[in-house]
Design a protein around this ligand. Structure first.
Ligand SMILES: Nc1ncnc2c1ncn2[C@@H]1O[C@H](COP(=O)(O)OP(=O)(O)OP(=O)(O)O)[C@@H](O)[C@H]1O
Length: 349
């Protein structure tokens, strides 16, 4: 089957600095792909190149099998939904949805049907005569979605569409977005920096670091087997240890066992000794931060006798440990590591 969107070695530079580097991406019909990464990793630049608002410095973009690298946005058959909704304030909901179809000279009867269908799909048919400012943020976002869908695009591009909504509504709208995507079978590419959103919505997750794709796959697969520390940190893993003979691993705090420092190491895992640096009581258990030779390791425990300074042994069951086999360096960036994530490594001490 011909992919709907294909990027081949796409690079975009701004004043000689690459914002997107050699990105390869294939999106098949009906897929929901999330482009995920921290601020500045190149998500929006990638999306804008797919939409045609930006030209790649090099590389090729194919849409439904045809070279679209130099095609203007209006000839790409693409729908876009932005964080800011971008609705016309002086037009009714129905007119907002109809506008693009009128521009494309779709016959009036067809416009009426399509507007009604699209508003029905997003659950807003009863508000067709309202103006955007008479709607809530979530409703306005649904109008933007209806407008994009009514045009029957080959692919729907969603640029942080839920980030202006409050936390509760954002979670509700995720489910709504998923339902609409499944019902219409529309191919969609979502840009987000929210890993939860990507895990919940996408059937393929593409993680970007400094303009490069660093890992790609089904969210479950990427979550269970992050390749590098960058990916693991981005997905919320906090413990990183370099174990002699095993290389770098990550393990969840709830899988680390805290035992007496002089206890015999159990079989089936590694054990390391350290000193408790901080204890955070959470009600049913505690999260302890243990200094292991200068590296902080978090563990949960129900042992509430531990105090800062207590010597302990940590048991790391190997069937719970994930080996991080990849490296985070990006050729050509001066080997700066992953500075954008430093703030996420703080221990709760
Ligand atoms: N028009 C531009 N001129 C110069 N540099 C730009 C321009 N647009 C983007 N950049 C740079 O390219 C890099 C990638 O930006 P981009 O907006 O694609 O990131 P992003 O992952 O979408 O970030 P965010 O989540 O903050 O929106 C950044 O370093 C940014 O400063």
């Amino acid at each position: 089957m011909t992919p709907v969107v294909q990027l081949k070695a796409v690079t975009r530079e701004f004043a000689g600095t690459a914002a997107v580097r050699e990105v390869d991406l294939t999106v098949t019909r009906g897929q929901f792909v999330a482009l995920l990464g921290p601020s500045g990793c190149g998500k929006t630049t990638t999306l804008r190149m797919i939409a045609g608002y930006l030209q790649p410095t090099s590389g090729t973009i194919l849409l439904e099998g045809r070279d679209a690298t130099r095609l203007p946005p209006e000839r790409r058959n693409i729908g876009m939904v932005f964080q800011s909704y971008a609705l016309f304030p002086h037009m009714t909901v129905a007119k907002n949805v109809a506008f693009g179809l009128q521009m494309r000279k779709v016959p009036a009867a067809q416009i009426r049907t399509r507007v009604h269908e699209a508003l029905d799909l997003v659950g807003l048919a009863h508000l067709a005569d309202r103006r955007p400012q008479q709607l809530s943020g979530g409703q306005q976002q649904r109008v933007a979605l209806a407008r994009a869908i009514a045009a029957r695009p080959a692919v729907l591009l969603l640029d942080e569409p839920l980030s202006n909504l409050d936390a509760r509504l954002r979670v509700q709208m995720r489910q709504e977005l998923l339902r609409i995507q499944r019902e219409t079978g529309i191919t969609a590419i979502l840009v987000t920096h929210d890993q939860e959103e990507a895990l919940e919505l996408a059937d393929s997750m593409v993680i970007l670091d400094r303009g490069r794709v660093v890992q790609q796959g089904h969210p479950r697969e990427v979550f269970r087997a992050p390749r590098t520390r960058f990916v693991a940190e981005f997905l919320g893993y906090e413990n990183f240890l370099d174990l002699p003979g095993r290389g770098r691993i990550t393990i969840r705090p709830e899988h680390v066992d805290v035992v007496e420092h002089d206890a015999a190491p159990p079989a089936g895992g590694e054990s390391v000794t350290g000193t408790v640096a901080a204890v955070r009581f959470r009600g049913t258990d505690c999260v302890v931060t243990v200094d292991v030779g200068g590296q902080n390791v978090l563990a949960t425990t129900t042992n509430d006798s531990l105090r800062a300074g207590s010597p302990v042994r940590l048991f790391l069951p190997l069937d719970r440990a994930i080996s991080l086999t990849g490296t985070d360096s990006v050729p050509g960036d001066g080997g700066q590591g992953t500075p954008s994530l430093q703030h996420q490594q703080e221990s709760p001490a």
